[in-house]
Design a protein around this ligand. Structure first.
Ligand code: GLN
Length: 270
């Protein structure tokens, strides 16, 4: 039994016994105490707040830290997240950086399947000159994204609907997306039960939405515009093939933090 007056040091020891990652335990306890990590180390004898232990048990049961705190850092922003959206991953920051390199000054950019709004908001924060539009099929996700935009003071044109459907006849200088791409049989899905399944996998070999975006984006790109897609570590060749087949030029891939090719893009010649 845990005494309600367990100290911070005692809870850190319990976290270790429960198998909770130390970084997650520290981040959760700092959040629960309303302090930073440096404070935790200097105040290990202080009583932890009563709800801190329950949070460690949720982490031990596999719940993501972001669902306990309600926040996830992404590309220098802090985004609110709920179980209605994919939790933004650090790997996706590489997609944002690539998009920032390619987006022309004052250009129009679309983020498809925006979820928490992570990509759209990171682009707008880094480049206020861009006009950013973002779509999502899920009204609940779009509400999270919109609220993030309001709180951060970033203007994005949010549109409800599937992929490019809400964009009418509009054309963009750059289209970017982190669609669901995990294969339906991938064992990693078993560990991702706390996020919307539809944001993680289209089923099958994981390529269906990537193929749809490669085939339909040209109708929404200006001549010379770019399509950039995040995908799984073993899908770069398949996505390069999809883009080449769809008529894209200058098709290439960019590595994630671990050096694996995780985004592929191409230029629409018009
Ligand atoms: N990168 C995520 C993961 O591996 C998946 C995101 C996605 O399917 N778009 O957990």
């Amino acid at each position: 039994m845990t005494s309600p007056v367990a100290s911070i040091d005692e809870l850190l020891a319990q976290a270790r016994r429960l198998g909770v990652e130390r970084q997650d335990a520290l981040a959760w306890l700092a959040h629960a105490c309303g302090r930073d990590r440096a404070w935790l180390f200097a105040h290990g004898d202080e009583p932890a707040p009563p709800h801190a232990h329950a949070g460690l048990e949720r982490l031990a049961a596999g719940e993501p830290l972001a669902h306990l705190t309600g926040w996830q850092p992404f590309h220098g922003l802090v985004l609110a997240v709920t179980p209605d959206v994919l939790i933004p991953r650090p790997d996706t920051e590489a997609l944002v950086d690539w998009a920032l390199e390619l987006a022309p000054a004052g250009g129009r950019v679309a983020d498809l399947g925006t979820g928490s709004g992570a990509i759209a908001l990171a682009l707008k924060a880094a480049r206020p000159d861009l006009a950013v539009t973002a779509t999502d099929l899920s009204p609940a996700a779009l509400a999270v994204a919109r609220a993030n935009g309001v709180r951060l003071g970033l203007t994005v044109d949010w549109r409800l609907g599937s992929w490019l459907a809400p964009l009418g006849g509009e054309r963009f200088d750059l289209i970017v997306s982190n669609p669901p791409y995990i294969a339906g049989h991938d064992p990693h899905l078993a560990a991702l039960t706390h996020e919307p399944l539809g944001a993680l996998t289209p089923g099958g070999d994981g390529l269906a939405d990537l193929a749809h975006l490669a085939a339909t984006s040209p109708m929404h790109l200006r001549p010379g515009g770019w399509l950039l897609l995040e995908h799984g570590w073993d899908q770069a060749q398949a996505v390069q093939h999809l883009l080449t087949q769809a008529g894209f030029a200058d098709v290439s891939s960019q590595p994630d933090r671990a050096g694996r090719p995780r985004c592929t893009g191409g230029r629409w010649q018009g």
